[in-house]
Structure formats: structure tokens, C-alpha cells
Design a protein around this ligand. Sequence first.
Ligand code: PMP
Length: 304
Amino acid sequence: MLVKNVYELIGHTPLLKLHVPTPNNSQIYAKLEMFNPGGSIKDRLGMSLVENGIKQGHINMGTTIIEPTAGNTGIGVALAAQKYKLPVKLVVPEKFSFEKQTLMAALGAEIINTPSSEGIKGAIAKAKELAADISNSFVPLQFENQNNPDVYERTLAPEILADLDNLQIDAFVAGAGSGGTFAGTAKGLKSVYPDLITTVVEPEGSILNGGQPHSHKTEGIGVEFIPPFFKDVQPDKIKTISDDDAFKQVRDMARYYGLFIGSSSGSALAASLELAQELPEGSNIVTIFPDSSERYLSENIYQK
Ligand code: PMP
């Protein structure tokens, strides 16, 4: 396969039929988003935020793009901004992985760390503060920008439908950080399978199930406020997965199936296995593996 630039490699990721045994002969399919060139599902979003920002007149030559991020969106935005030679400042709570922050910097982005204790809300506030001080700057703000769910509805959902070639999908499972992946993909799949059971996944310490917010080791998912995108697609079920259960799936996937998945993928798999027990015999479940374990090795992702 000859490609002309890395941007052509965004999307069209493989859908893996997992051989993980389920209690009721359900089948789990996982979209392997680590195969995007920036290593995660967020390359799709980065490209969409930058190109729509240009189309809508928010970004011109010389605009500084500022974005609060847990890391993967930052890598996606930095990659897309490179195509247009735009400067990028990424506001990242300091707890997020060394590897992700190194990759953002490698792409030429400037990183501004905010205290972990202030969470993503602290990073959002800091990004807005920086934008107020920098003339000709733009904050795409993935947490509110409709381009976020839209890009997954437009790209990820049709890819899954095409890969499964008319096979009935009974359930869709995805973690939520900004909630864009879940809302956009669920909407796209529901347009073909209206009875699809939509399940959103969060770590303990996220607030969807009414729990108290606290820190967690599962990276990339977990919310401090209800994502506004959920107004379009209400999740039918919410699964709260402990760090231990997510990391067990991370280890098992490498040990028994040769696949390096990040902790949010482990969490999605644990939730899919739980959900399988609640579905009729032989259901088809689709989930998303957003990134790879390789960007968490410094956090001892394979240690118990
Ligand atoms: N997993 C990982 C590793 C992520 O980086 C993100 C995005 N923060 C997600 C899952 C969740 O995606 P979304 O923001 O679309 O809910």
C-alpha cells in the first residue's frame, strides 16, 4: 500500500473478532483505534477540529490552537495542526502519561501542565484563560464542540457497519471521556439498528453512576460532568469498572491474545463481558479499543 502522507492513514482501522469466551456465546468485536498514525481514536477528532475550525473561519494562517486534553486529543490536534503549520498549546493535567506528553511535544506542541487535583475542569479553565491573553487564538474545546460526536458518526459507525457486512449488531459499548466517541458512534449505529443496546463505560471515580468523583488509574475515560453530547443519545446502560478489572483485561489481552491495549480498552472489554451476561444467547457486541498500552508503559500497566 503506497500512501502520500500520514493523514491518509487516519481511520479505516481494523475490527477484530475477539476469541474471548463469553458466558452465553455472545461475540465481541473490537475496533482497533491504536492503528491510527497518532496511535489513538483521537486522530479522527484532531483532524476534524482543525479542518472544521478552518472552514468555519475560526482558524487562519498563524492562529494558535489551544486545547485542554488528557493527551490523545492533544496528539491528534498536534498532528492535524502540523499539516497547516499552525502553532499548538495543549493544556494537560500533569497526571497524564509521560509517553503521551512526550509525543505531543515531539509533534511540536507546547505543553502547559495544570495540577492533577484540578482535573480536566482546571485544564479547561486554563485553556480559556490563555486564549483570552493570546490574540488570534482558538480553543476547539472537544468537550462542547459538536464536531466531536459528528466525526465518529460520520467515520467510525459506517466503518463498523461495513466491516460487519449486514451482521446484526445487538449492543454497543464505549468508554466516555468527552463522550464524543460514545454519542456519535451510538447514533450512527442506531440509525441502522434502532434496538441496539447502548452502554457507556466509566472507571470508579467518575460520576455517571452517581458516585463521588475521585482519582483513578484508568486513563482517558471518566467524567467530572455529564457530557452534553448525551442529550442526543441516552445510554441504555452505564457500567462502572474498577481499575483492577480494567487492568486485568489489559494483561490478559497481551498474555493470551497478543494485543497491546490501553486501560480504557481494558475497561471497555470488562464492561462488554459483563453486558454479555445480560443479553440473549449469541448476541453481537461491538466495542472500541481507543489506544495501545505502549503509551502507558512508564505507568507499569502490566504490573499487578
Ligand atoms: N480512551 C482513551 C485512551 C482516550 O484518550 C479517550 C479520550 N480522552 C477516550 C477513551 C474517550 O473518548 P471520548 O472523549 O470520545 O469519550
